[in-house]
Write a new protein. Structure first.
Length: 79
């Protein structure tokens, strides 16, 4: 699951932000059941993540270094 490789975003944590909403896609790692995550590569770099069941709840934004650290940990089953 990759997003982007640049710097931090500056997007608000508000899922009503229309430009950001159009960038989200369902993660290919999400199951077809209820464990669905959507990701968005942010134009300025980094990644946003939200629950596809509750997009109105907002998103978490990560700069590229934070996202890379998360992926390294996930690949090592550190969580």
């Amino acid at each position: 699951m990759t997003c982007s490789s640049s710097t931090t975003t500056g997007y608000p944590m508000d899922s009503s932000f229309p430009r950001l909403n159009s960038l989200f896609r369902k993660s290919s790692y999400s199951s077809t059941a209820r464990e669905c995550v959507e990701v968005a590569a942010l134009p300025e770099g980094g990644c946003a993540v939200r629950d596809s069941e509750r997009p109105e709840a907002g998103h978490l934004a990560f700069d590229s270094a934070e996202w890379a650290a998360f992926l390294r940990g996930a690949r090592k089953y550190a969580f």
